[in-house]
Unconditional design. Structure first.
Length: 185
């Protein structure tokens, strides 16, 4: 190998070592970068697709909880997911007199763990196709695979699909879902 090629290879190798391991960047969510240095609430507040969720989290008084140390896994419904609910539902839920019901719905989207999609997929496989997911709200969701996507079925039979997985946060992970999951009615 000529001297200049050996030198070039050595400089490149040093640059790679100095830079450290290359980590996959978080996907953009709602047109905003999701920074691993920010917590769940800080990142969700930057997503234009999660303004309804952020409003609901504030109305339920869950900002401090979801800004805390965690770890949390949040299945985060988009504005379009909330729009699938019957007309007037969101407006009714964010009223102070409905705080307990709203809190129950939101906490049925939260797990006390840092569950990346690969781990969830493995649990689904290990459990022969369906894995029960216990939420902090007391709901049990059924996680399944639909092709390469994870789906979650609530206690009423409603199915949500994870549309963006593994959005790392300083206090856990967000998986964006296309449907609001509800507690048993």
């Amino acid at each position: 190998m000529p001297k200049h090629n050996a030198f070039s290879a050595a400089v490149t190798a040093l640059a790679i070592v100095a830079a450290g391991p290359v980590l996959a960047a978080n996907p953009m969510v709602g047109g905003a970068p999701m920074l691993e240095t920010k917590n769940i609430v800080e990142n969700a507040a930057n997503s234009k697709d999660h303004t309804t969720l952020v409003t609901a989290v504030k109305a339920a008084g869950l900002v401090d909880t979801l800004s805390g140390a965690g770890p949390f896994t949040v299945f985060a419904p988009t504005n379009a997911a909330f729009a699938k609910l019957p007309p007037g539902t969101v407006e009714m839920l964010v009223k102070p007199e409905n705080k307990a019901k709203l809190t129950k719905i939101l906490t049925c989207h939260v797990v006390s763990a840092n569950a990346m999609s690969g781990a969830i997929a493995k649990m689904i496989k290990d459990d022969k196709g369906t894995h029960p997911v216990k939420t902090v709200g007391g709901c049990t969701l059924q996680a399944k695979m639909q092709g390469e996507k994870i789906t979650l079925t609530d206690e009423n039979g409603t199915v949500a699909t994870v549309t963006i997985a593994d959005v790392k946060q300083s206090n856990g992970v967000i998986h964006v879902v296309d449907t609001v999951l509800l507690p048993k009615t």
